[in-house]
Design a protein around this ligand. Structure first.
Ligand code: NAD
Ligand code: MG
Length: 328
């Protein structure tokens, strides 16, 4: 494994060179503000009239239309939703400088060939392993969220060095930057969010909630048990792995974990994980998701509504309303 830390990075590769951040959502805001505070020349590229424009301006950033933002920029970072990147690239490609860098925080558009970049451009990835809010907060506290770096196309010979300088600018190099490929980042990221982080975890929570409620237990008690308390366990795992969790939970909880966990995530679940991974690897997932977007996202909206209207949401909103400190 190749791991870069702050001492390996030469930030002069980006000194006096402009960075254009396209998009100002979760990642865009964090990257733009961190780079600005690190002393880099940053502009934000947004659609006029969009909701993010006044927010970026109020944050003290220079905001331009995407075509103007990329003019004169040495690095163009795509932080719009993945499904928008193809058309946005087509819109701005003729205004991007010769020898500039296209940078991504997730490899989807390049790996699945939504964008086939101009040959004179460097193409790289700096993917923070955390949501944008955390990328900003860790930076302000003097820390950083670890990042992955990958180079898809090295036209100038300096692609890796330029990408690493960017990772230092957002604070990632403080925590460490691991070298990967677009394929590895894209496939592991999609698998992680589907099977474990978002899909797996929420399905586990909801199934646990329904099991308790169907057995006649109070929904409020079930909510605390399977949703609220999860954070306490995840914090222990995040800080110190399985060892730290086992140190802090009771022996009864540890015994129950070891005898019952493998019955929930059993051979069938593991087989499903393998199928999910192959559908990511062979492009089936990407093809379906792109088609869903082109159709106006009917399935996405239907399933999202079902998630948001689940009884665990009503019970949760009520209970969280009594703990107003949770919002922070
Ligand atoms: P987001 O949905 O939070 O924000 C998207 C931004 O793009 C908004 O400011 C929106 O106004 C703007 N936008 C939409 N269409 C546009 C257009 N045509 N032209 C210009 N701007 C446009 O997005 P996000 O979650 O920050 O994701 C951005 C990228 O970062 C994606 O590639 C994603 O995979 C990656 N990523 C996200 C996270 C995360 O935690 N959210 C983590 C790692 C990587
Ligand atoms: Mg779900």
């Amino acid at each position: 494994m190749q791991l870069y830390s702050e001492s390996d990075v030469d930030t002069s590769f980006l000194a006096d060179r402009r960075v254009a951040i396209l998009g100002y959502g979760s990642q865009g805001r964090a990257h733009a503000l961190n780079l600005k505070d690190s002393g880099f020349d940053v502009v934000v590229g947004l659609r006029p009239g969009g909701a993010s424009w006044p927010i970026a301006e109020a944050d003290g950033l220079t905001v331009l239309e995407p075509n103007d933002a990329v003019k004169g920029a040495a690095v163009v970072m795509f932080l719009t939703p993945d499904m928008v990147q193809k058309s946005l690239y087509k819109t701005v490609v003729d205004d991007i400088e010769q020898g500039a860098m296209l940078l991504f925080a997730h490899g989807f558009a390049i790996h699945f060939k939504q964008i086939e970049p101009r040959a004179d451009l460097d193409v790289a990835l700096i993917a923070p392993k955390g949501p944008g809010g955390l990328v900003r907060r860790q930076y302000e506290e003097g820390h950083g969220v670890p990042c992955l770096v990958a180079v898809h196309q090295d036209a100038t010979g300096n692609a890796l060095k330029t990408a690493l300088a960017y990772s230092a600018g957002i604070g990632g190099a403080r925590a460490g930057v691991i070298e990967t490929t677009f394929a590895e980042e894209t496939e592991t990221d999609l698998f992680g969010e589907q099977a474990v982080l978002c899909g797996g975890a929420t399905e586990l929570i909801v199934a646990g909630f329904e099991t308790l409620v169907e057995a006649g237990y109070q929904p409020e008690v079930a909510y605390y048990e399977v949703m609220h308390e999860l954070k306490l366990i995840v914090d222990l795992l995040h800080e110190g792995g399985l060892r730290k969790m086992h140190k802090f939970i009771s022996d009864t909880a540890a015994w129950g974990d070891m005898v019952s966990g493998p019955r929930v995530v059993d051979a069938q679940s593991r087989a499903a994980m393998k199928t999910i991974l192959s559908e990511i690897q062979d492009g089936t997932f990407a093809r379906n998701w792109i088609a869903e977007n082109e159709n106006g996202m009917p399935e996405f909206k239907r399933m999202m509504n079902a998630d948001l209207e689940h009884p665990i949401e009503t019970v949760g909103a009520d209970l969280r309303g009594r703990m107003d400190w949770l919002e922070e």
